[in-house]
Design a protein around this ligand. Structure first.
Ligand code: JHZ
Length: 406
């Protein structure tokens, strides 16, 4: 595949958004659709932009060479709602309880979240009487958050916003944020400003090592500007006086995420050192080595999946996920004509691949056939919800990291 960014990468003229050094080529996914821009009518135009992955030859940060601005991607009509995935909500509830107990949070404390979406995380703190405040640029998601009692400012968070709440946060959550923003340094500077001296930042993000292991090219799209290793993430935090004091691996979230706990107080646990050693062993600090390996895995997966679509020709999809748009674009196959999704903001709209989004009940009302579960990261949860469909003869498939019948 080729895109508008290919010539600059090939000429060594594309530079790192973090440190300005030259970018090394990783993978071109062509001109991909803006994955979460669902259309009101099938005939409305599909917006596309170059989607080219590269790695910095100096700081090793993996990134897209260019993308539409965050303001375009996360606009008023942004339909993604975290609460639609029980796995996410359960993980958030457990974490909120853990943080409340570990830091002995109470009435006088405040917890902030950047990219708080519909309040799926912060609402769990309210039960323990801890005050919360969210920041999210998507108007619809912020409105949903306020409905569950989560005070939310509708804004793209940056260091200036952080200044307005300086030293107020015992905890700052930034989950699936540092992959999404245009200027991660400015956001982390804002997080450092928010934190009290003894406050803790909880950073969650998909882990580059897991993406490479799974060959999950369908998680590469414009919303994800950066693809973090623990090494590049720790370096980013350190630039703003935050050191990593703990790490958790979350294999069930988004195909494999890491959760870092960071604070202004120096501290470096053995678990963090262990993960960094593992990343080095996997060659993550040498982009040229893993980029070649990843390109080979990617080619193999594309061929296998294309054959699967030709043979099975699924009638339906489950989950109007952003990753579905990328998958079908890269495979260059039409995909099913309809998909079910529990998100009200997505229902009745048309995906970039031209599928109509219907509520999940539609699956039981139609003739059973083959249905592809696009968010393979939630395959078990969705298989649990689609039991009637399977019992009536429907076949449910997940395609990543390997094709399997659920
Ligand atoms: P899901 C999003 O990616 C977008 P997507 C974003 N860029 C990001 O970083 C991650 O997630 C965090 C539906 N569903 O989350 C809901 C059901 O209908 O894998 C969603 O539309 N029933 C912010 O969009 C979609 O599937 C269910 O039971 O690729 C899931 O999309 C479940 C579990 C989900 O990611």
């Amino acid at each position: 595949m080729r895109c508008d960014d290919c010539p600059a990468v090939e000429a060594g003229e594309a530079t790192c958004a973090i440190c300005g050094a030259v970018l090394a080529d990783v993978l071109c996914l062509g001109h991909a659709p803006i994955a979460n821009q669902l259309r009101d009518h099938d005939t409305d135009p599909i917006l596309t932009h170059a989607c080219h992955v590269a790695a910095c030859s100096l700081c090793t940060t993996v990134q897209l060479v260019s993308r539409p601005s965050a303001a375009v991607l996360f606009d008023d009509s942004y339909p993604y709602r975290s609460s639609q995935s029980l796995t996410m909500v359960r993980s958030a509830a457990t974490l909120a309880r853990y943080m409340t107990q570990a830091l002995n949070l109470g009435g006088g404390d405040r917890v902030f979240e950047i990219g708080s979406n519909d309040g799926y995380l912060l609402r769990h703190y309210l039960r323990d009487g801890v005050a919360v405040h969210g920041f999210d640029p998507a108007v619809g998601a912020a409105e949903d958050a306020r409905l569950v009692g989560v005070d939310t400012t509708c804004v793209h968070f940056d260091s200036e916003v952080g200044r307005a709440f300086e030293g107020k946060a015992r905890v700052v959550h930034a989950h699936n944020v540092l992959a999404h923003v245009d200027d991660p340094d400015d956001v982390v500077a804002g997080i450092a400003r928010l934190l009290t001296f003894d406050g803790v930042a909880v950073i969650e993000t998909p882990w580059l090592a897991a993406l490479l292991d799974a060959g999950a090219f369908d998680t590469i799209y414009h919303e994800h500007r950066f693809y973090w290793s623990v090494r590049s993430l720790a370096a980013l935090l350190a630039r703003h006086g935050l050191s990593v004091m703990g790490i958790e691996h979350l294999p069930d979230l988004h195909g494999g995420s890491v959760r870092l706990f960071a604070s202004k107080v120096d501290g470096w646990s053995i678990d963090v050192a262990h993960t960094l050693a593992g990343e080095r062993l996997a060659g993550l600090d040498q982009p040229s080595a893993w980029a070649r390996r990843f390109a080979i895995i990617h080619r193999g997966q594309v061929e296998t999946l294309r054959r699967w679509f030709e043979q099975v020709d699924p009638v339906a999809g489950y989950g109007a996920a952003a990753k579905a748009a990328v998958l079908l674009h890269v495979l260059d196959v039409a995909g099913p004509r309809w998909v079910v999704d529990s998100t009200p903001a997505k229902q009745g709209k048309w995906t970039p691949s031209g599928a109509l989004v219907l509520p999940p009940d539609a699956l039981d009302e139609r003739v059973p056939g083959d249905c592809v579960v696009f968010p393979w990261n939630f395959a078990d949860e969705i298989a649990g919800k689609a039991q009637r469909y399977v019992a009536s003869g429907g076949r449910l498939w997940a395609l990543m990291p390997n094709v399997r019948r659920l």
